[in-house]
Design a protein around this ligand. Structure first.
Ligand code: UGA
Length: 439
């Protein structure tokens, strides 16, 4: 990087932080990754990517070899080293509440701020309830020896798991929530290589930057639940949701993205973000404005229950004792993430109803085994389907989409398939003698 380039720290090395730190080093910045967990830091420093993210392991090696990326558990070192500090810690749902748990953000700030001795910028990337950045500004400036020379900015992150590298290197847009021209210039410097590609930037205030993130995720969740609500109506009258969705998608004001009907959304973001947003809106007295998000959530939960019902129906009314092949565990393909995964929710419910469920996933088996040790697992799409009474596609990995129905017919007990993601060619499966069903 050039000599004006700020030195960056990235606090928190989970999905977001690890990807951000690695990509920024590859783009030419000096980067220090910081995490309270020494094991995580050791593994990253040894070149081991902590998450399944296509392309990331190669870039980690490249960044470490360049000498521009280092890792530490020391916030003192981070304060000494960095000009711009990115907060990339998680904000999960609080147990027993819809609110976001801000304790990781708080503790990151409390650990870092006492070591900020010169003019520097702290940049929040985590998804937070609106108003958090304003509150953290006070906290940082109270705790930092440099006082009001330390500023806070908000730069929401829009990366998708599975496309994290590309979304970081070539984002659709950058949103800079800032309180001063100086903070804006610092952020521009910290993203110079990305800005040079012509990436659009929105400069705004802190509250708007916080809201853009939850507004975006709420819109995506609403789009998915909208098409799934239409699917419920279609089902009641025997209409075809796939044809309906395809027809809507051709109107480019609507568009086909996030309009795939099926089992609905999961993961560490969409479900908890819409709940936290609804909760925060209620706190600030505008709950009515986003009360529809409660319905978005309800529609989404009903998909899981309805998928279980459909499997039961296909099995002639009872799940108990039936062999069920569950294809997929991750919350979406190309990820090993099982947080709030619809697939495992359905598999676990079928197991609870007495089904003999065997699960296979190309990347998430390790995580699934740890979280659901009572489920049975197998090593391949065909292996778990041996003698199955029904095959249930729950996560639309390409290995499942590419299975030949004729070949699979050789191993199963009964040719029955429930396509929880509308990912298979129904006509082709029916032609091969399968009872094909989808919500
Ligand atoms: C989501 C957003 O897409 C990102 O922009 C955002 O940065 C991220 O959350 C975040 O807040 O950190 P991600 O959770 O990685 O990204 O996954 P998505 O690709 O958005 O998928 C979410 C869920 O929706 C998955 O379970 C997927 O199977 C489901 N989905 C998606 C559908 O059911 N139907 C669709 O048409 C599309």
């Amino acid at each position: 990087g050039d000599s004006d380039a700020p030195r960056l720290t990235v606090i928190g090395t989970g999905y977001l932080g690890a990807t951000h730190a690695i990509c920024m080093a590859v783009l030419g910045f000096e980067v220090l990754g910081v995490d309270a967990d020494p094991e995580k830091i050791e593994r990253l420093a040894a070149g081991e990517a902590p998450i399944f993210e296509p392309g990331l392991p190669e870039l980690l090696t490249k960044a470490l070899d360049s000498g521009r990326l280092r890792f530490t558990t020391s916030h003192a070192e981070a304060g000494e080293f960095g000009d711009v500090h990115f907060l990339c810690v998680g904000t999960p749902q609080l147990p027993g509440s819809d609110a976001a748990d801000l304790s990781y953000v708080e503790s990151a700030v409390r650990s870092l701020a006492p070591h900020l001795r010169r003019r520097s910028l702290v940049v929040g990337k985590s998804t937070v309830p609106v108003g958090t950045a304003q509150r953290l500004t006070g906290l940082v400036q109270d705790l930092a020896p440099a006082g009001t020379d330390v500023e806070l900015a908000w730069n929401p992150e829009f990366l998708r798991e599975g496309f994290g590298v590309d979304d970081t290197m070539h984002p659709d847009r950058l949103v800079f929530g800032v309180a001063s021209d100086w903070a804006h210039e610092r952020l521009r410097a910290a993203f110079k290589p990305v800005l040079d590609q012509g990436t659009p930037v929105i400069r705004t205030d802190l509250a708007t930057a916080e809201l853009v993130k939850v507004a975006a995720n709420s819109f995506l969740a609403t789009k998915i639940s909208y098409i799934n609500a239409m699917a419920e109506v279609c089902e009641a009258v025997g209409a075809d949701i796939k044809d309906l969705a395809d027809s809507l998608a051709l109107d480019d004001r609507i568009g086909g993205k996030f309009l795939r009907p099926g089992l609905g959304f999961g993961g560490g973001c969409l479900p908890k973000d819409i709940r936290a947003f609804a909760h925060r809106a209620e706190e600030i007295g505008v709950g009515q404005a986003v009360s529809f998000l409660r319905q978005v959530d309800d529609i989404n939960r009903r998909r899981r229950a309805r998928t279980v019902d459909l499997v039961r129906e296909v099995l002639g009314g009872t799940v108990a004792g039936k062999r069920i092949a569950a294809w997929g565990a991750a919350f979406k393909p190309n990820s090993d993430d099982i947080r709030d995964a619809p697939a495992l929710d359905v598999a676990h419910t079928l197991h609870g109803l007495g089904g003999d469920v065997r699960v296979y996933d190309p990347a998430a088996l390790g995580n699934a085994r740890r979280a659901f040790p009572d489920l049975r697992y197998g090593d391949g799409a065909f292996e778990v389907a041996e003698d199955a009474d029904v095959v249930v596609l729950l996560t639309e990995w390409s290995v499942f989409r590419e299975v030949e129905p004729e070949a699979l017919a050789e191993v199963v007990g009964h040719r029955r398939i429930v396509d929880g993601r509308h990912a298979l060619d129904a006509a082709r499966w029916r032609k091969a003698g399968w009872e094909y069903r989808a919500l």
